[in-house]
Design a protein around this ligand. Structure first.
Ligand code: F2R
Ligand code: MG
Ligand code: MG
Length: 322
């Protein structure tokens, strides 16, 4: 492996990971059981454009809101989600999120509307986790701030504890990857323990712990073993641990991470998007194959957004001019 990528490259890698994983995984979303390697390769070798889905649309909305407001402004974030949804409602939004955004478009307040989803339980879907990458870029290295902002970004649409914890877990994984040395082996055990610690006790922590022996083993875990432990459905408690396990199964390869994540089957766009965001955050933009990036819709926009976060972080490091 070459020299460690700089912050700009890692920010680009994280957001390119979101869109490339989403767009490559999307054609196989809902695949029952493991996806055979030849189906994943066929996707890669195809020549059609790779189109992004709700995972990326909501990530762009969150990034735009953070960049425009300079903070996590939940009211503004809700309006950004609604604006994207109204422009392009056919990006494959989860049914509950689509319903909620329609209610918000009609004037409902996001707090009570989100809390009343699914009979008052709130959504336990992975919609809050799949879009959370910009929080890690915005928050800097302070993991408690990352967790706080991830929670506040989640509850605008997803109030179930497992969905909120899923967003915290995914944001923490990206924040850890952004600062992890890219040269030399990743301490997978410490990485997973830090994600679990950020989440605290509950369903998500238990689900993450369920793969600890697999990701800490010297042997790469089989997709069969990971999928059997985590599940691969739209519930955050399944797909978030699956994605983090995929990123730790191939810690030194963006391509390996994406292939592995898609091979798990189930919610392939979302698992691949979340896993690839973690991989890209550590390995940087050069780890993203040009042949994928060039076919992926909106990749230049994600790079532009990443650069704006990097400029903000650079300005914060430099401090006031006088
Ligand atoms: N929607 C999809 N895929 C469906 C097929 C799309 C197709 N390709 C197309 O183009 O049309 N994918 C996207 O949805 C997932 C994110 O979902 P999100 O935003 O969390 O939505 P929702 O509806 O809130 O939750 C998802 C489902 O989980 C179940 N559920 C959630 N909370 C529940 C609760 N408290 N009780 C019972 N069930 C609950 C429901 O079935 C929800 O609809 C991503 O995969 C994204 O890619
Ligand atoms: Mg999707
Ligand atoms: Mg999905």
């Amino acid at each position: 492996m070459g020299s460690s990528p700089d912050q700009r490259s890692r920010f680009r890698g994280a957001l390119l990971g979101v869109v490339v994983g989403d767009a490559l995984g999307a054609p196989l979303e809902g695949h029952p059981g493991l996806v055979p390697a030849e189906r994943v390769r066929a996707l890669e070798e195809d020549h059609v454009d790779l189109l992004y889905t709700d995972d990326t649309a909501m990530t762009i909305a969150l990034a735009e809101s953070l960049l425009e407001r300079g903070e996590l402004d939940q009211d503004h974030l809700a309006t950004c989600f609604v604006a994207h949804y109204r422009r392009q409602p056919d990006r494959g939004y989860g049914p509950g999120t689509a319903r909620l955004l329609s209610e918000l478009a009609g004037g409902a307040a996001w707090g009570p509307a989100a809390a009343s989803q699914f009979g008052g339980q709130g959504s336990f879907g992975n919609g809050a986790a799949m879009r959370v990458a910009p929080v890690a870029l915005h928050a800097g290295g302070d993991l408690s701030r990352v967790g706080d902002l991830a929670r506040r970004s989640a509850v605008v649409t997803h109030t179930h504890p497992a969905a909120v914890d899923g967003a915290v877990a995914q944001a923490t994984a990206i924040a850890l990857a952004l600062r992890a040395p890219a040269a030399g082996p990743l301490d997978r055990s410490a990485f997973l323990a830090a994600v679990v610690a950020a989440v605290g006790d509950g369903e998500m922590a238990d689900a993450l712990r369920s793969v600890s022996d697999l990701v800490e083993s010297d042997e790469r875990p089989s997709p069969t073993a990971v999928a059997a432990r985590t599940g691969t459905g739209v519930a955050a408690s399944e797909s978030v641990p699956a994605a983090i396990a995929a990123s730790l199964a191939w810690p030194d390869s963006f391509v390996g991470t994406v292939r592995y994540a898609i091979s798990l089957g189930g919610d392939t766009d979302t698992i691949a998007s979340m896993a690839a965001a973690v991989a890209g955050a550590r390995l940087g933009e050069d780890a993203v194959p040009a042949r994928w990036r060039e076919r992926t819709e909106a990749a230049p926009l994600l790079v532009e957004l990443a650069d704006r976060f990097a400029e903000g972080a650079g300005a914060r490091r430099a401090g006031p001019a006088n």
